[in-house]
Write a new protein. Structure first.
Length: 662
């Protein structure tokens, strides 16, 4: 029998949601207040056309009025990293205006009506920007060829003179040895004279940094390869270019860095992480001029962002189980003040983030599955909206979203696991159910508003599916021990966590055991393939940007350190986890129809990974479909490719999970 027709197509959903918000802000990040607290700059997501990806623009937020005004008239540019100078007289930000995808510093006088001017740094794409106390700018800049990680969509930074202007036959060249390229460096820029001084020495790669008075507190490595960020250490790089010194050698990976206004107190987040820029862990405070590093007791909160309010107080945002938590710590007596704890989360793209509000409390972009992003202020448990900017597309989507609820269960070994379940708006249980595995694995599902990254979840719900969002062992939110359970057992006990979660939903009468599917991207793509070799209970699988062969992944990916860290094995030794945890070698056990998708310019999980599993399934006589997107990297992100992928995923699930059902 034919499958039921979709009630709502991907094209209709994406087009209606996105068209309804064209030209308007849909979410904000990077809130930074002026010294007097009466105004702030924020980075807003805004889309001007359906095709491609959204833009990011810098807006001035008038705090009393709650109004947003764009800082420049450069509508088609992407802007980011906006900050007030220490004296409040200027605003600096990054923009790719005039050279798409390559970011340069811009400066504008704080007085209204003044034009912004570009500070051109040839040969670099600037990734972050910060003022010094004396009115200069520290720019962290990437050379041509610098690799992009998972969060950046993979690929590498290309200058205007590279391949797109060259003949079609021009090769891409990768070099090693003494000719390494693609470094990330720290520069000191005088905005009026455009005098530029390099702070970081040759042979040092600067991944991130923050100004600490007369020095840069930096996360650095000795090599520029994407995987080398996992081996980073913390150094102080004097702004005058004199010799740097190491002040902290972390046990794990490094996340946010922060420095007190006078530069004497330094703070960082340290935790097990699978992707650069996505670290949820412990807050470590270091006295710059000596003394041992001390770890703050945050009562189980995995910190994801930190910043100093003043000399003695630090604002922390993070995750704890299913909750988002924003708190403040007084370093003098270690007193902790909770400003917000609950399922209301923040609209930072990957993890919670917050900024100090000058009048007390904290400010962040707040959202929930059923509440579109807005700017909110939280203080001592009370949350109030500062600015709302809901558009027609978001209102239309909100009318079609089903409810979300917490789910808790015990895995096969008794470990407590939790997650969320999105229910269809109008349907009777038990529901056809799609298990959605998050990326990472060191990440977590939050009950966020369905941004374009997660509109597929809304599409499935609108078409009668329940969508199961588990946070199994290896996820953030339950401390470093929980995160580390995947090390040396990657793809092991996590399988039981996921399957016992489905058992719980079936026992509760929510999931139909005969209509189960699995979906995921990146780590979720790997698990979607791996699960089909471990059980025959899934009627369909959709895997995006998967890993299926750990041997070829190690030697073709730009993040080979990842598999060595998580598998705890040597890829040069035959057998062991590199064989035992590779789905491609067990494809003959699969009976699950599988749709595989990959981007052709993905260097994190190269497209050959999807090709290998597709070929192995064909050899095993299993139904499979392979979709390769020529201009996409890690994950399918641009419109219309994203619509096409969502439409294919929905149709694939419909054809296998809704056949003959009424």
């Amino acid at each position: 029998m034919a499958s039921e027709p979709s009630a709502l197509s991907a094209k209709e959903l994406f087009s209606t949601v996105l068209a309804g918000g064209l030209g308007s802000v849909s979410a904000v990040t990077g809130i930074h207040f002026a010294p007097d607290g009466g105004e702030a700059v924020v980075v807003g997501d805004v889309r001007y056309q359906l095709e491609g990806t959204s833009s990011t623009r810098v807006y001035r937020l008038q705090v009393p009025a709650g109004s947003l005004e764009p800082l420049t008239e450069n509508e088609r540019a992407c802007e980011r990293s906006a900050q007030w100078s220490r004296d409040g007289s200027r605003i600096a930000f990054l923009s790719d205006h005039g050279h798409q995808g390559l970011f340069q510093p811009w400066v504008v006088e704080a007085a209204p009506g003044k034009p912004a001017r570009e500070l051109l740094l040839p040969g670099y794409s600037v990734e972050s920007l910060e003022w010094t106390a004396d009115g200069r700018l520290v720019a962290l800049a990437a050379e041509e060829g610098a690799e992009q990680g998972v969060t950046g969509g993979s690929g590498s930074i290309q200058m205007a003179s590279s391949p797109q202007d060259a003949p079609a036959w021009t090769p891409t060249v990768h070099r090693g040895g003494s000719t390494l390229t693609g470094w990330r460096v720290a520069l000191l820029v005088e905005p009026d004279s455009l005098e530029v001084q390099r702070i970081s020495p040759e042979g040092l790669n600067v991944w991130l940094g923050v100004v600490a008075k007369d020095a840069l507190l930096a996360c650095v490595s000795n090599l520029p390869f994407e995987g080398d960020w996992t081996k980073s250490r913390v150094e102080l790089l004097p702004l005058d270019g004199s010799t740097s010194r190491t002040i902290h050698q972390p046990r794990l990976q490094l996340g946010n860095l922060a420095a007190s206004p006078d530069g004497t107190k330094l703070a960082l987040i340290e935790g097990l992480a699978s992707d650069r820029g996505l670290v949820a862990g412990d807050v470590v405070v270091i006295e710059r001029d000596g003394g041992k590093a001390r770890e703050l007791d945050l009562d189980g909160v995995d910190a994801t962002s930190i910043c100093f309010r003043d000399q003695h107080r630090i604002v922390v945002a993070g995750v704890q189980d299913l909750d988002t938590v924003v708190l403040e710590v007084d370093l003098r007596d270690l007193r902790v003040e909770i400003h917000h704890r609950g399922l209301m989360t923040t609209s930072d793209r990957f993890y919670p983030a917050a900024s100090p509000h000058p009048e007390g409390g904290v400010c962040f972009g707040a959202e929930f599955w059923s509440i579109p992003p807005r700017i909110a202020v939280a203080e001592q448990g009370r949350v109030k909206d500062l600015v709302t900017f809901e558009n027609d597309g978001q209102r239309w989507l909100g009318d079609r979203l089903g409810p979300i609820q917490e789910v808790r269960w015990r895995s096969a070994d008794g470990l407590d696991i939790s997650g969320f379940l999105i229910l269809p708006r109008e349907a009777h249980a038990p529901h056809p159910t799609v298990l959605a595995v998050h990326g990472g694995p060191a990440h977590c599902w939050r009950p966020s508003w369905p941004s374009p990254d997660h509109l597929l979840l809304a599409l499935l719900s609108a078409n009668g599916y329940a969508v199961f969002l588990p946070n199994p062992r290896g996820s953030s939110g339950k401390g470093q021990e929980f995160l580390a359970m995947e090390l040396g057992d990657y793809g092991g006990a996590e399988v039981a966590d996921l399957l016992t979660g489905l058992d719980h939903l079936v026992a509760e009468g929510l999931a139909d055991p005969d209509r189960l599917g699995v979906y995921g991207v990146s780590h979720g793509g790997y698990m979607s393939c791996w699960l089909t070799t471990k059980t025959t209970r899934f009627r369909a699988a959709v895997a995006g940007s998967p890993v299926t062969d750990w041997y070829s992944q190690h030697f073709s990916s730009n993040i080979p350190d990842f598999d060595e860290m998580y598998l705890k094995a040597n890829p040069k030794v035959a057998g062991g986890p590199y064989f035992e945890r590779s789905p491609v070698f067990f494809a003959h056990r699969s009976k699950t129809p599988t749709l595989l998708a990959a981007g052709m310019v993905d260097r994190c999980t190269p497209p050959g990974q999807a090709v290998e599993f597709h070929q192995a399934l064909l050899a095993a006589g299993v139904e499979t479909e392979l979709v390769l997107y020529p201009q996409e990297g890690h994950g399918v992100r641009a419109i219309p490719a994203r619509i096409d992928m969502a439409e294919r995923a929905l149709a694939f699930f419909d054809s296998h999970l809704k056949v003959g059902r009424q």
